[in-house]
Design a protein around this ligand. Sequence first.
Ligand code: FAD
Length: 413
Amino acid sequence: MREIPVDVLIIGAGAAGMGAALGAAREGVQKVVVIEREDRSGGILNQCIHNGFGLHYFREELTGPEYAERIRSILRDYENVEFKGEQFVKQIDYKNKTVVVVSREGIVLYKPKTLIVATGARERPMGGILLPGTRPAGIFTAGVAQRWINLENRKPGNRAVIIGSGDIGLIMARRLTLEGIKVEAVVERMPYPGGLERNIRQCLKDFDIPLYLSHTVIEVRGKDRVEEVVIAELDDNFKPIAGTEKVFKVDTLVLSVGLIPQTNLFKDFLQTDPWTKGIMCTSSGRTSMNWIFAAGNCTVIYDLVDWVTEEGEKAGKYAAFFVKKEHEMARFPVEKGQNIGILFPNYYEEGTNLSLYLRVKKPMERGIVRVKQRNNLLYNKLHANLMPSEMINVRIPEPKIGVGNIVVEVIEA
Ligand SMILES: Cc1cc2nc3c(=O)[nH]c(=O)nc-3n(C[C@H](O)[C@H](O)[C@H](O)COP(=O)(O)OP(=O)(O)OC[C@H]3O[C@@H](n4cnc5c(N)ncnc54)[C@H](O)[C@@H]3O)c2cc1C
């Protein structure tokens, strides 16, 4: 088998992988190789043709493909970066530090000094929500429906119900409507929407698409193709309330019920978060193995691509430092306090700035986000309208941070 030594090997060329390539290339390492199973870089951005990308990073509102092209064009200036499309990472031997890559050219063994995981996320499938009823054609995950419409010019159906009111579900409600598919309902089991307020307005209200909160699908009917979808209201224990059933005559059901970090290749040897299922990292993007870094949706599901790019850049920079033989610093756990649902990174690594990403567990009209290290208050700020669907980013510069565990909490104001 052909063996290729490289300085930095990146798996995945989405926003995180491209950001990582940029971060590593800027530090001047000799050879950065990005492996991507698709024929082009960009990842999920390529099928997100709506706008809303890049407001922080480029200070401009771009579509997904435009955002990807901007980063691609920056990367073209770096001769030390090589993009390898239509190549699939099959296996990693963490003991011998080798990576098996399969492509039409055959099987190649990469020997990287450091590895960056940027494999993104996968969609929670139908089996993941125990959907009752038959299993006819016409049931799609949101990502597949989006790919059909935006990349393959195929129409998934004529009348649809969408399960899940996260941003992806909302964006797909608008997209299906614009393609002439009647969206009868967006159904959400929680009493509040899962997506950003601006998406509720722009994707549902502007198109008169009904949102059913505290509802779920209790039956899918149909033999060859979906014929009816039955929904019902849920009580406080998430049990359907008898007599509240509504029947929609639709041929399509779109599931937008969550993204799960893509960690199959690594979960046997990298520490993953039991709650988020993402790869656990320090504030430099370093995983539980000092030569492997990770960034993007394989670590935690982000709201904004801008943050994914930044985290990728950071992982790239510290991976390059590792190649230059800089030593790993001490790490301290970052712990969840009151009303914290999601928290990332999992550890603070000395000598780095701390960019924290958090989601509250329960909505709060006014809450104080507090970050403490022993008796030292690192951050203490009032936030309004805190929702689990909206990720909060808190940045704490390195000089403010000392030694010891860091605790993050959100308390009622
Ligand atoms: C529908 C939708 C709408 C969104 N809307 C917005 C928005 O309006 N604004 C915004 O800022 N953000 C938005 N986001 C979020 C943002 O786009 C994502 O968070 C970001 O693009 C994720 O980047 P990533 O690199 O982590 O993952 P991905 O883009 O998923 O990239 C991962 C890459 O890894 C590759 N890969 C995986 N495994 C392997 C392997 N074994 N071998 C080779 N390659 C592999 C995949 O092919 C893929 O290209 C949206 C996301 C979605 C899904």
